[in-house]
Design a protein around this ligand. Sequence first.
Ligand code: HEC
Ligand code: HEC
Length: 216
Amino acid sequence: MKLNNPKFQSRPAMLRGWLTASSAALLLGLSMGAAHANEIATTICAACHGADGDTPIAPNYPRIAGLQKEYIVKQLNDFLSGKRKSDVMLPMAQQIPPDQIETVAEYFSQQKRSHGKAESRVVASAGKVMYNAGNEESGVPACVGCHQPKGAGFLSSTGIYPRLSGQQAEYVKEQLKAFATGERSNDQSRFMRTTAKRMTDEEIDEVAQYLMGVDD
Ligand code: HEC
Ligand code: HEC
């Protein structure tokens, strides 16, 4: 197409040379970013989250595969600033070169998210009702309103609502309890602190069991 254009043919060698060099540089630039993110994932993050971010080593460690890139960037920055406190994650976030935070987040956001299996189907179905309807009596809002059907999560001008589908039940329970006590306080507009404070331990368990088994 473009190479058939007479203008291009009048300066063929120089132009072809330039095109090759610039596309090589572009490819190299892109793959270097990916390679670096890959290296950080396999040398640092893999030890706890799995290299794919989907195979955490402990039941209370999160799957980070398939979380939105913007959410991962926010959490890493919150760990770094101390807005979200974790003795485990702070030193890990500090090992990521600041200019690689975006590429590492991109890498994990693109990994495949799988899911586990609820321990009890009865408990999980109670959790599904809770997730979709909340508890009007105690004022727990429906999770679906912010986290979307089946916990798919979404981004909007009002906030970053993380994917919850398939997340490990023990991790979800710990986070909800941490929001309830205020130990985790990096949620904008206190959305999660207000919500979790109104939930009973039983409701927390139910919703966590539901989410663990769900595929969005
Ligand atoms: C030594 C174990 C360990 C290593 C290594 C580790 N993490 Fe974590 N990560 C955790 C734990 C535990 C949590 C949960 C922290 C909490 O309780 O709030 C977590 C939480 C996170 C979260 C928040 C997830 C969410 O759903 O909010 C992100 C994002 C994350 N880690 C990314 C990374 C990245 C990127 C690396 C590699 C640079 C990494 N982690 C290395 C243990 C680890
Ligand atoms: C008004 C909107 C809103 C509602 C309603 C809501 N959430 Fe959230 N939730 C958020 C936001 C925003 C965050 C991200 C906080 C942050 O930036 O760290 C979040 C984070 C979470 C997290 C932590 C995720 C992680 O990976 O660490 C869990 C678990 C959670 N929500 C569960 C629930 C459950 C269960 C319900 C229903 C009982 C619910 N949420 C209702 C807005 C909401």
